[in-house]
Design a binder for this molecule. Sequence first.
Ligand SMILES: Nc1ncnc2c1ncn2[C@@H]1O[C@H](COP(=O)(O)OP(=O)(O)OP(=O)(O)O)[C@@H](O)[C@H]1O
Ligand SMILES: [Mg+2]
Length: 306
Amino acid sequence: MTVELVEVRARISTDVVGRDRELDLALAAVSAGRDLLLEGPPGTSKTTLLSAITAQWHIPLVFVEGNADLTPARLVGHHNPSRVLREDYSVDNFVDGPLLDAMRSGGFLYIEELNRAPEDSLNTLLTAMAERRITIPRVGTVHALPTFRVVASMNPFDNIGTSRLSTSILDRLCRIAIGYQDAEAERRIVALRTAERTANLDPQLAERMRHDAVALTRRTRESEDIRQGSSVRGAIDLMLVASELVTMRAISGDDDRYAETFYDALTLALSGRIVLEQTLDTTPEAVLRVLWEDHFLLDPARAAPG
Ligand SMILES: Nc1ncnc2c1ncn2[C@@H]1O[C@H](COP(=O)(O)OP(=O)(O)OP(=O)(O)O)[C@@H](O)[C@H]1O
Ligand SMILES: [Mg+2]
């Protein structure tokens, strides 16, 4: 690592809670001039890491979602049709797509759910990755600036998995597998992301609520009834809505209504984001009720902060 890279590394870590190893690996890959695949469930810091890196390097982060709509023309760009009618095809009436945008500006092209992009777009991307330039009819050849990188993400639970990607793409990508962070880190993330909106709460009550929000969210990932549990995003929302509810209902930490209010917040924040096992004949509310009972009634020691 150069001195500059070490400094950048240190500055980035102030924007990101934990993730030291992932940050090292991501920086090593992009500093080495490599393209990168981040594989992890939703809400596991993929965008956070990339935004922090590109912000510190002062280069653009160009987002594009990999889905059936991402045709090669949308990825690369297209000639403005009404101008083509008036002026015929020219360099001037070409509208850059995200790939060209990232190549010209030396940014990171961040393709979320790469495995969902259509085959022909993946082939276009492959050419850009291999040659670092792209030739477009009636526009010419565009060379990528040296900092241009392709960073792709994928959810390992996605039923259209890596096998969807050709080995020629996979053979050009470094890969980092990202999982959930530990409870301590998740509580810090919740604190960071909710500080402003929960500033009115009693600090002790707020700490207890962060603890409960993270613990309950983590239970959704362990439950046998749930195929995909909630990410830390759920814990952030749970903290935010619980905070509104306790304020609305004027509830304090030792109030009997606290736990029941937390159940209301739990269904509000998490019932729409958990994916139940398909064979189950039940509702998200019922599954959450069981997790809530385990947390507040059967295991009250774990429910207390500390
Ligand atoms: N390590 C972290 N430090 C600070 N905030 C984090 C961290 N991880 C996640 N967050 C917060 O959690 C939320 C989700 O994180 P992020 O957007 O980075 O996830 P992601 O992996 O890109 O998810 P997706 O696959 O759904 O796009 C954001 O609000 C982000 O601020
Ligand atoms: Mg993201």
